[in-house]
Design a protein around this ligand. Structure first.
Ligand SMILES: NC(=O)c1ccc[n+]([C@@H]2O[C@H](COP(=O)([O-])OP(=O)(O)OC[C@H]3O[C@@H](n4cnc5c(N)ncnc54)[C@H](OP(=O)(O)O)[C@@H]3O)[C@@H](O)[C@H]2O)c1
Length: 275
């Protein structure tokens, strides 16, 4: 079982669903990543700030899946923004992961007060030109922040990873990404901090398709053109979450999934600070 892929604007392939790894520690990540690769995951999401890049790398190293079939994503943490600091931070991530190259490198948060994301982006372009990163992306960026990257460097991200789930559907951000040819990845796709998966209408839709509420939500992402990265440390739920490419939600079911109170549960990109 594998997710289909989409071709990003830089020509690289991206699986339509991946594995999140926050808040796994190294040993949990090593086991979860190896298990996920075994069942068919080919997109893995980590970050320097998760403290589990070494475990993710170990999971990759001990799996039988060839390296070039895996899309490994990691992220630049806030405290390492800036041109030189980004180069150093990337070298450390690469070493912890134990990889020759990283497939997708993201700026984790824009941190506009620091005003270093353009310098960080320039360093990331250098890393790509040096063959150490295949694809460059951002996380939690607004249209204005993305436009600034493009204006000042001529290079735009191929991915924007944002909070996205049925309690925060992000219609205008998704529309902007789509216009720019940017793939939107959804973090916290199962709305971990809410009772979404226990809501009765989702159970009804799930029953219609003989699937679980979690599968309904992940299918909603896929049909919305979003790449979800659900985290699971359970082999059974990992399999369940990947198995969403064999049924289709109707238009009215799609609307029903998204029809609920809207609120973000994480930070606002214009003000959120984490280092
Ligand atoms: N870029 C950013 O700023 C940012 C921010 C937050 C997260 N992320 C990334 O996005 C990933 C996903 O977000 P998240 O982990 O916060 O939330 P999530 O994927 O929405 O939810 C994960 C939680 O749901 C449980 N779960 C997984 N599959 C399930 C299923 N089928 N049915 C019921 N429960 C299920 C997991 O438990 P079990 O493990 O026990 O299955 C875990 O507790 C993270 O791991 C991280 O890689 C990025």
């Amino acid at each position: 079982m594998q997710a289909p892929t989409t071709t990003m604007t830089d020509g690289h392939e991206l699986p339509l669903l991946g594995l999140g790894t926050y808040p796994m520690d190294d040993s949990e990540a090593a086991e979860a990543v190896r298990g996920a690769l075994d069942v068919g995951y080919r997109l893995i999401d980590t970050a320097a700030s998760y403290g589990n890049e070494a475990g993710v790398g170990q999971g990759i190293a001990t799996s039988d899946v060839p390296r070039d079939e895996i899309v490994v994503t990691t992220k630049l943490r806030g405290e390492h923004q800036g041109y030189e600091a980004t180069l150093r931070a990337f070298a450390q991530s690469r070493e912890r992961l134990g990889l020759e190259y990283v497939d997708l490198y993201l700026i984790h948060w824009p941190l506009p007060r620091l005003d270093l994301y353009v310098d960080s982006w320039k360093a990331m372009i250098q890393l790509r030109d040096d063959g150490l990163v295949n694809s460059l992306g951002v996380s939690n960026f607004t249209p204005e922040q993305i436009a600034r990257l493009v204006d000042e460097t001529g290079v735009g991200p191929v991915v924007n990873q944002i909070e996205l789930h049925p309690h925060f559907v992000q219609e205008s951000m998704r529309a902007y990404d789509a216009e720019q040819g940017i793939v939107t990845e959804g973090w916290q796709p199962l709305a971990r901090k809410t009772d979404l998966l226990a809501q009765a209408d989702l159970a009804e839709i799930a029953e219609q398709h003989s699937v679980t509420p979690g599968q309904v939500v992940l299918r909603w992402h896929v049909q919305s053109g979003v790449v979800p990265i659900p985290k699971s440390s359970s082999p059974q739920r990992q399999r369940e979450n990947l198995d969403v490419f064999g049924f289709t939600l109707s238009e009215s079911e799609m609307a029903r999934v998204a029809d609920r109170p809207q609120a973000r549960s994480g930070g606002d990109p214009d003000t959120h600070e984490e280092f």
